[in-house]
Structures are given as structure tokens and as C-alpha cells.
Design a binder for this molecule. Structure first.
Ligand SMILES: Cc1cc2nc3c(=O)[nH]c(=O)nc-3n(C[C@H](O)[C@H](O)[C@H](O)COP(=O)(O)OP(=O)(O)OC[C@H]3O[C@@H](n4cnc5c(N)ncnc54)[C@H](O)[C@@H]3O)c2cc1C
Length: 380
């Protein structure tokens, strides 16, 4: 039986749900929604439509680990090796500003923000790396004074945090955690309050630009706007093949409840590739895609035995030694990566602006990118 976009729309649907818009935003992740909100706040008279192919947002924004951070010292060191320090410092600033803008827009209650502090952990084999990080954070802290004093600082014994077999830790009092589902529900609520239309289950298959507008279509459904924003992150290449963005899967697992779990804070390890935190008395752990590069270079959601085993073994060695636990939930999300960590923000044609490739710290930078995409759209 035909369903959704396979059924020809009625006249009524064409002149309501599918009517012409000022702006069409493809993708209802953090970038798409914050851009829609910013456009509508500044131009309440504009008609704004957000299109999403999933029933829920189906990329990274509701699948992530909920770290409110700007990147761990060893991750920033690695990025600087690849991109140079200037762009990394610029990224850090955008991430911090994005977090502040997100907290202002949604509020800490809506985000379920918890100022837990963040930690980067080093094992004994990473002695050199730890030394380089402690040297680097002296300069980093000077550049991070806008966020507060002593952004990063080496701390005493990491294993006093209830952990095992770590040699060193660098602490940041400025970081914390959020609930990504709550964040996205709050953003959707703001969209509804501003009269922004949202169509879900609409998988945009193509975007065609004419002299006067852009038309996006899915099967027999199409809708046109004067301008469009492509905010589909990892999947952006499906619609504009020239974009330098590739997908990478990130897998996450959540343990059963651990009685008297001491762990508090957000924890990074291995250049930011591995992360864990306490979530309602359970441990959430994710990442490790750097050890499975080929398998995780995919836009297919799913969990693999190899990564689940890696994460479970890490938990047994370092986080929950001598503690019985079960894996109660597992899921995955898809990151948008590129040649470096900078997001793509550009006019891809006269009427289509692209804001994608948010890499691994997109909760932080997402609102900055969404709001600046809105500014571009409004200035056209
Ligand atoms: C497992 C995991 C853990 C992470 N942890 C953290 C963290 O702790 N802290 C942090 O700051 N960042 C984290 N991130 C990164 C962060 O979640 C992302 O960078 C950010 O959510 C990207 O937002 P976005 O709006 O650009 O993209 P997305 O959230 O991916 O949104 C893009 C949307 O576009 C839709 N879409 C795609 N193609 C189409 C189409 N053709 N038609 C219609 N709709 C379409 C998708 O369904 C999706 O909903 C993590 C990511 C993952 C995967």
C-alpha cells in the first residue's frame, strides 16, 4: 500500500502544509532548529518550514553523550597538529559561545544542565602525552580567560574518583552535562511557540534551484522556498555531492543501575575518542571509533560486537572493576567529519546556504553555527 510521499498530495495539502515559504530548512538537528528559531525571532513575518526525514531527529543531536565541553586537552593538541593553533582557538571560542547561547536560549532547566566538571584521564603509557598536555594548558588557559580562570588544571590521584589504573588527570571546573533529548524537545517547543512549521517523515531526495526559488522534493511531494538552509550534517553530501563531509558512526552503551556509583562528572580519554559519565546512577560510555576506522566510516546506524566489547572491557578495567553490571541500552549516532574540525558554513549556490560537518563537539558549537547561518539567510 502506498504511504507518505508516494501518495499524490491533495490541493488542500499543497496550499497548506506544502505552501511556498520564505525559508526551508532541511534537517531538524541542533543546527536546523537553532537557525529556524533565530530567523523567525528576527523576522516574525517570514514563513519558515523545517523538514526532517526521521520521526525523531535522526542524526546526532538526540543520540550524543550530552557533554557540555569544548574538547579535552589531548584532543585539542591533536587538532592543533592537524589544523594549527589559530583555527583551534577559534573553534574553542565558537564552542564556548555556542554553549552559552544554547544555555540562554533553552535555559539550564530545559537542558537539564549539570555543572559537574570535566576530566581528561591518562593511563601510565600516556606519560609523555600528559606532560605535553600540562605544558599546553598553560597557554590554553590564557586563551580561555573569557570562560573563566584556570580552565584546565592537573589534579591529584585520578583513581580517588572511584576509577582504576589511570595515572593522571586534568580537570576543568567549567564543563558539565546536559540531556540531549530534553534539549531537542525544548528547541522544538520554542519552534512551535514561534509558529515555525515542521514536517517529519519527509526525506528530501533533491533540491532544485530556479531564478526565484528552491524546490525540495520527496517522491510526489514538493515544497518551494525563496531560500533554503541545508543542515543535514553527516548526510549533506547526499544532496550536494561536492561537499567535503563524510559520515562516521559513534556507538554508545548504558549500563544497568550501579548501587552507590561514586563517579561524578564527564570523562574523556584517548584524545577525546572515548568518553563516559554517570547517567542517573548508570555509566554511559561511547566512542572508540579510532580503533575501528574502517567499520565506523559509515552512515548506517547500528551497534557492533567489536565496539561493544571494547567499551565493556574498558569499563571492567578502568571504571567498574569488581562491579557486576549489565549492558541495558545501546545505540549509535552519525557524526559529520571532514578534512579538519571546522564546520562548513557557506553559500553553496545563490539560494542554498549550507551549515554542516559539526564533528564531535556539535552540542557546543551547534547554536553558534545555527545562529550564524540564520544571519546569512537574513542578509540575502
Ligand atoms: C554518539 C555521539 C556522541 C556525541 N557526543 C557529543 C557530546 O557529548 N557533546 C557534543 O558537543 N557533541 C557530541 N556529539 C556531536 C553532536 O551530537 C553533533 O555534532 C551535533 O548534534 C550535530 O548537529 P546537526 O544539527 O549538525 O546534525 P544532526 O543532529 O545530525 O541533524 C541532521 C538532521 O538532518 C536530517 N536529515 C539528513 N538528511 C536528510 C534529508 N535528506 N531529508 C530530511 N532530513 C534529513 C537527519 O535525520 C538529522 O535529524 C556526539 C555525536 C554522536 C553521534
Amino acid at each position: 500500500m502506498p504511504f507518505g510521499s508516494q501518495i499524490a498530495p491533495s490541493y488542500w495539502e499543497k496550499s497548506s502544509f506544502l505552501k511556498d515559504r520564505d525559508v526551508i530548512i532541511v534537517g531538524s538537528g541542533i543546527v536546523g532548529l537553532t537557525a529556524a528559531i533565530e530567523v523567525k525571532k528576527r523576522r516574525p513575518d517570514w514563513s519558515v518550514l523545517v523538514i526532517e526525514r526521521g520521526t525523531l531527529p535522526s542524526g546526532a543531536s538526540t543520540k550524543n553523550a550530552g557533554f557540555a565541553c569544548i574538547g579535552s586537552p589531548s584532543e585539542l593538541l591533536l587538532d592543533a597538529k592537524e589544523m594549527g593553533w589559530e583555527p583551534v582557538l577559534q573553534l574553542i571560542k565558537q564552542r564556548w559561545e555556542g554553549l552559552m547561547a544554547l544555555r540562554k536560549l533553552v535555559g539550564d532547566k530545559g537542558l537539564q544542565f549539570q555543572p559537574t566538571g570535566g576530566y581528561e584521564l591518562f593511563v601510565p603509557e600516556q606519560e609523555d602525552l600528559f606532560e605535553r598536555c600540562t605544558e599546553t594548558i598553560i597557554d590554553l588557559n590564557k586563551n580561555l580567560e573569557f570562560a573563566g580562570p584556570n580552565y584546565f588544571m592537573p589534579e591529584g590521584n585520578p583513581n580517588s574518583l572511584g576509577l582504576s589504573k589511570f595515572a593522571h588527570v586534568i580537570y576543568s571546573p567549567h564543563e558539565g552535562s546536559i540531556h540531549p533529548g530534553s534539549m531537542m524537545q525544548a528547541l522544538l517547543k520554542i519552534c512551535r511557540s514561534l509558529d515555525i512549521d515542521i514536517l517529519t517523515g519527509f526525506n528530501v531526495e533533491g533540491m532544485e534551484e530556479s531564478a526565484n526559488d528552491v524546490t525540495v522534493h520527496s517522491g510526489s511531494m514538493k515544497v518551494s522556498g525563496r531560500l533554503a538552509l541545508l543542515a543535514t550534517n553527516a548526510f549533506a553530501k547526499e544532496l550536494i555531492s561536492s561537499l567535503d563531509v563524510r559520515p562516521a558512526r559513534n556507538q554508545v552503551l548504558l549500563t544497568s543501575k550501579i548501587p552507590n556509583l561514586a563517579l561524578q562528572g564527564t570523562f574523556h580519554h584517548d584524545h577525546g575518542f572515548l568518553y563516559f559519565r554517570n547517567l542517573d546512577g548508570r555509566v554511559l560510555i561511547g566512542g572508540a571509533r579510532n580503533h575501528f576506522k574502517k567499520e565506523e566510516s559509515t552512515k548506517e546506524f547500528g551497534n557492533t560486537g567489536a565496539i561493544m566489547q571494547y567499551l565493556t572491557s574498558f569499563l571492567k578495567t578502568h571504571v567498574l572493576p569488581d562491579t557486576h553490571f549489565e549492558v541495558e541500552h545501546q545505540w549509535s549516532g552519525i557524526l559529520g567529519l571532514g578534512g579538519d574540525k571546522s564546520p562548513i558554513t557557506q553559500w553553496s549556490s545563490d539560494r542554498i546556504f549550507t551549515a554542516c560537518r559539526l564533528s564531535g563537539i556539535g552540542v557546543a558549537i551547534g547554536t553558534s553555527i545555527g545562529q550564524s547561518a540564520a544571519t546569512q539567510i537574513l542578509s540575502r
